[in-house]
Design a protein around this ligand. Sequence first.
Ligand code: BDP
Length: 707
Amino acid sequence: MAVFLLLNFVGMGARAEDGYWLWLRYDELPQEMRSQYRGQLRQIVLETEETPTVSVAARELSDGLSGLLGRNVPVSDEGARGAILLVTGEAASLYDLDLSDLGEDGYLLRTLTDGRRKLTVIAANEDDGLLYGVFHLLRLVQTGEDISDLNITSVPRIDIRVLNHWDNLDRTVERGYAGQSIWDWHKLPDYIDPRYTDYARANASIGINGTVLTNVNANATVLTPPYIEKVAAVADTMRPYGIQVYLTARFSAPIEIGGLETADPADPAVQAWWAGKADEIYRKIPDFGGFLVKADSEGQPGPHTYHRTHAEGANMLADAVAPHGGVVMWRAFVYSENNPVDRHMQAYDQFVPLDGKFRSNVIIQTKNGAIDFQPREPFHPLFGAMPETPLGMEFQITKEYLGFATHLAYLAPMWSEVLRADTFVKGEGSTVAKIIDGSLEGHEISAMAGVSNIGSDRNWTGSQFDQANWYAFGRLAWDPAAEPAEIAEDWVRMTFTGDDGAVGTILGMMMESREAVVNYMTPLGLGHLMGTGHHYGPAPWVSELGRPEWNPVYYHKADEDGIGFDRTKSGSNAVAQYSDAVAAEFADLEAVPEEYLLWFHHVSWDYEMPSGRTLWEELVHRYTEGVRTVSGWRGEWASLEGRIDEGRYRQVADFLRVQEKEARWWRDACLAYFMSLNGLDLPAGYAPPARTLDEYKAMVFPSAPGN
Ligand code: BDP
């Protein structure tokens, strides 16, 4: 029996486990998990019109349940006993279901009793809602939940839940660690890779309803007629799964592909060109989502060339897509090498004066923190500072700054930390989540974007555990208040195993992982210490790059006396961009949370920390803890050998070895560098760096990916 169970849990035999099936594996559940569904889930009955979306929903449910329950669960039109009913619109009144608060994407899951057997009802206003409800029901069965008395209502808090692919037309992926782009532009539109459908299924299963196919560092070619055909073919594949396609718009496209001499947003010919381009796109893709724009940032063209503002630039594009119901997601990630002001402050300085000047279909897409996706940043001061403008959240799923694909770092705790942060702009409870979901200021549109970690690697994301970040992004975009640990547990059970002991071990590792990475890379509020260009590994010593704010020394400001960026009044005063309550906390050396200490303060090496250690000792301690945590996981993972399929077990084991090695490298290189400045010894009991500082400095990585 035990052997039988084990085989079931690890899904051996059916197919090789290489991660391709993500969390949608649908392997047969062990008998004692399956038996609770007896009398329920017998067949699927459609009480709705059979549209393409309803068809994919019904097929997914049928395939999924047939696999999980080890018996055929057909779509049938007879015999409602023990059935799952997919219900929309009018039919809901037959079952006394109130759909009025569900909006377009929400759904109900209900159990109704029909004699001895139970009916399971999935009801929604729209087909997309049904599809989301189907995936929710599947998740409940995949994780062995009791569904005998369901009473679930689920409505997304955010309207636009979108992936941003930083994918180039030559299939390279900026900051991609999972192989080539999945978009095979060369073979499109004639060849539709079956992966596109699996991509759409996976996204729909977590509520993602949009995808920006191209890099923010944009190429205008994607807006030319042959590429619009290709995009339309992708959009056709995505549509049944409720996913809208978006593109990045290169601001200078009217010049590059339009034959105009200017891209000035005030020029009527430029406006007409964009309006015509939008019309052309919508003729081929009637549900096209709109444009994402990176302008006047890191060398990208933008309205500033013509002495126009971000608002003037964004509004021109917004006007072009508005007649078709499209939106513009205009990025707030801007800073300039000519501006001596603390980089932390520059986006706020540029955007806050424009509050109220954007069209109603513009969303200002803002990174979670003011610098750049570091392992830990305080929330961006723009959140709460533009009450008249919808602000969208931009998270980075791909782990550019958290160890690429080889490091285990579960990111939901990091995202959740920001979503739950209180801006205090309208008193206590003015969380970042309420700002982006629009509820604090009553905005009509809301968006959350995740920079994708997806590529053509067989396992999609370059590692098994990075799938969890894609998964968690979708779940948090649907519900920013969701618990990271609960999301992780669902993912582990669906992806790896239902064995409680193994689930506990894996979950424990995941929940520790982000903090471990912070510790071995950038503890106590440090940030931006990584290598130049490729961003691989530590390089806190770098000081000679042309733009001041590209140098790590700009961020840590370490010298013989101390370390940290003074962002209080005596320094850049970036704290003043936060509400008074938050500013007061961050500015006060005694009150600032320890994890942001060096983000806001320059502190002497002998400063006494709450732990009783000096700052230097604490830093050494944190770096060492980070490495120790990762070393511990190697043993924990080893305890799962034979309880996880061999293929995925091995890959994770190997990656953990890489992570341990690189965590040690981060610790040692950073400590060696800081010691060269402060002249201090390591506290007793802490191992010295394995190499000399010069050796760390001499390391080069010509094959580091993603650059
Ligand atoms: C930085 C990345 C760079 C992106 C930029 C952005 O290193 O590749 O182009 O963000 O978000 O973190 O535009």
